[in-house]
Design a protein around this ligand. Sequence first.
Ligand code: BTN
Length: 321
Amino acid sequence: MVKNKILNKLRDRKSYFSGQDLSKELGISRTAIWKHICSLRKDGYVIDASPRKGYLLKKIPDLLLPQELERALKNKKIGKRVIHFQTVESTIDIAKGLDKRSDGDGTVVVAEKQTAGKGRFGRSWVSPKGGIWLSTILHPVLDPLEAPKLNIVGSMSIVHVIRDLGLEPKVKWPNDVIVNGKKIAGVLIHMNAELDKINYLILSMGINANNNLKSLPEKVAKNVTTIRKELGKKIRRIDFAVDLLTELEKNYSKIFDNHFDSLLNEWKKLCITINKEVAVESVNGRLKGIAKDVDQYGRLILYTKDEGKKLISSGEATILK
Ligand code: BTN
């Protein structure tokens, strides 16, 4: 793409790049160069244009733009293709609507803002500007029974990047990331499967990064936090997203390299749900019991008074004691 070529030329040059040199090096007219400069400015890049000196890239926006993510990522699969939106209803709907043959394994859909973000259990997920809202399409060759493993992969990827920022994240079954007792991020899995085969899976992550909590209803806001709030400063979201997708690829591959157990053990050590009395809301209704452990598929092992041992693949756990 010519636009990216211009961007990279400006990026590599610390001084002004003359329009004439750019036009010569890229074999396009100066008017065409100007058009691409305008388009880059529209994307948020701050580019100074001086009639005598040429163009100077002054600022790269902290937006999750495909050219920035794809450039920084060294992954083989995840993020090789990034589809970016300023505003979208939900990245999940976009991911679901893509042709899974061409937009296959590892395509990431990202939005600066969602107007109808989805949380678990049909809840809405408030997604203003400043957060990190993304969905990744995956084609794992796995038994559908193993899909909950992706919750562990997703939440641990977030945990590792948040920890590198100096915070102390914990996890709550099945997929919440918690800092100082409050939810900082969530993971959501959508699966399209047959009895014995996953056709595709959409792994979505919502991270409260630099966003303001004011847009949340008061009842929700008191249980939620952001990276910005915990650190007392904003982060560079693009760096976070690059680290996150790098971690995601690394942890995802653990499922297939027989290293998933070590990830699961790490997750268990951080889990605030295990060994607690909990109430679990799931498709099968509400169950109360002791959350004893999580099995090798990421299912919660719950011991109930009336029905004994129960294995729960997905649900919402409230810690009672
Ligand atoms: C949860 O309820 O904990 C899961 C929240 C998942 C939110 C993310 S943000 C990106 C993607 N698009 C959505 O509409 N939801 C997920």
